[in-house]
Design a protein around this ligand. Structure first.
Ligand SMILES: Cc1cc2nc3c(=O)[nH]c(=O)nc-3n(C[C@H](O)[C@H](O)[C@H](O)COP(=O)(O)OP(=O)(O)OC[C@H]3O[C@@H](n4cnc5c(N)ncnc54)[C@H](O)[C@@H]3O)c2cc1C
Length: 413
């Protein structure tokens, strides 16, 4: 006989989406039960890059987040992105346009292994008495009942009015209950391997994105980590992987060994683990992300930025909106699809414009010549460099890249 636990709000998955959601609920004094199949601290295959958006969401819960990140031994501050074009010319774009003039400014991005970052969130969440986190609970069954859902692992049945599904790219709830599947073009295959001893020349810990010709519209990355380590990986859209029958692990080795500029940097480097892979559900298309008695957040809702691959911040933002909607549902005692769909409106109002622009940008980078051209121009054109720099804070500026007139001005300007 299985044990029965009843709770108004049940969150599946204790990643950035689930833990943020639980903490925003707790901030408004709403209890929740978070079910997690692993035991913390636990790893998650990722590039480990945390954007300024992550810091701004966390600051709503903990105003001292930036200070925490700056003093943590397991987190490194980074100041910008180094874009390497298919012809291996590069352009270093700082997150703050005055970085090169004033090196005393604080970093606005960070890199932290997910083992550490998710554990930081977990420890934060444990400080709220309203949050119950149950680990080693892998949910496998979902049954719709009149008042909500019954969800189960091998030993327990959880009865709940509201499921907030934050169980990531391989969500069983999405597959079994909603039966939604993404098109290959809305999905990216990613690999990660930690290294020690790669040589770096940049003193701002810039994230390095190599847009190599045979990876487009994906890229190979090297992200610095504390203690001389680095997160190395690549992501390629799944339709390309399938069409060109790409063996991703072989491709990663090939990139490291066949490009002299990269090979040289790995001469004294050692891989700290075997290459590991995981999927990225991209926010390339708007989907319904809620229904009767449920909401989907983060990767379960396919909210990863299609151009950059950034998903942690969007997961946390969707977790925050899900918490706000959950409160409204509880107050109105209304968990119907019609009432909950306000959650979809809020999420897409906030993230829709940037996801649309990034979908466009992802299409544009399929053309190596265009990428080479923009990098060449940016190296000689201060205004363009500053525009790209400001793009990280300002979605309206990113729109420029989707406007053909922008390229005409570049050509003839
Ligand atoms: C190779 C790669 C590189 C990436 N690089 C970056 C990057 O540099 N920066 C960035 O911002 N994003 C990156 N992303 C995307 C990022 O990892 C995700 O968008 C982010 O982790 C989504 O958070 P989440 O909380 O939705 O899901 P997850 O982080 O996947 O958390 C889901 C949680 O649910 C648990 N779970 C799953 N199933 C069940 C179940 N049945 N029952 C109970 N618990 C369950 C899991 O154990 C996990 O703890 C990358 C992704 C990949 C694959």
């Amino acid at each position: 006989m299985k044990k029965i636990i009843s709770t108004k709000v049940c969150i599946i998955g204790a990643g950035p989406a689930g833990l943020s959601c639980a903490m925003f609920l707790a901030q408004n004094n709403i209890p929740s039960v978070v079910l997690e199949k692993e035991k913390f601290p636990r790893d998650k295959i990722c590039g480990d890059a945390l954007s300024g958006k992550v810091v701004s969401v966390l600051k709503k819960l903990f105003p001292q987040t930036l200070q925490d990140f700056n003093k943590a031994d397991n987190t490194i501050g980074c100041y910008g992105i180094n874009f390497i074009a298919p012809n291996l010319t590069n352009i270093e774009i700082p997150f703050k346009k005055d970085f090169f003039a004033n090196k005393n400014i604080l970093p606005s991005g960070f890199v932290s292994k997910r083992l550490d970052f998710d554990h930081y969130l977990y420890q934060r969440a444990k400080t709220f008495e309203q949050i119950t986190i149950l680990e080693n609970i892998a949910i496998t069954n979902f049954t719709k009942i009149h008042s909500g859902y019954e969800i189960e692992d091998d030993n327990t049945v959880f009865q709940t009015l509201l499921i907030i599904d934050c169980s990531g790219a391989q969500s069983k709830f999405v597959r079994k209950t909603i039966q939604k599947s993404l098109k290959l073009k809305e999905h990216c295959a990613g690999l990660r391997v930690y290294y020690k001893g790669i040589s770096f020349t940049n003193d701002g810990n810039f994230l390095e994105l190599y847009f190599l010709e045979n990876l487009l519209p994906g890229y190979f990355w090297i992200f610095p980590l504390p203690n001389g380590e680095a997160n190395v990986g690549l992501g390629i859209r799944s339709d390309y992987v399938s069409k060109h029958k790409i063996n991703l692990k072989q491709k990663l080795q090939e990139v490291i060994e066949s490009i002299p500029e990269i090979k040289k940097r790995f001469e004294n480097a050692t891989a700290l683990e075997s290459i590991k892979g995981f999927g990225l559900p991209l926010g390339a298309k708007k989907h319904a992300i809620s229904g009767d008695h449920y909401m989907l957040c983060g990767d379960a809702a396919s909210l990863i930025d299609p151009f950059t691959g950034e998903g942690i911040s969007n997961a946390m933002i969707s977790g925050m909106y899900a918490a706000q909607q959950a409160e409204k549902c509880i107050v109105a005692n209304d968990f119907s699809a019609n009432f909950i769909k306000n959650y979809d409106t809020q999420v897409y109002k906030r993230l829709g414009p940037e996801l649309r622009i990034s979908t466009w940008l992802q299409k544009l980078v399929q053309y190596p010549w265009l990428f080479n051209f923009v990098v060449k121009k940016a190296n000689t054109n201060k205004e363009l460099r500053e525009t790209i720099s400001c793009m990280f804070d300002d979605v309206d500026l990113r729109k420029k890249f989707t406007n053909p007139r922008f390229y005409l001005r570049l050509l003839f300007g």
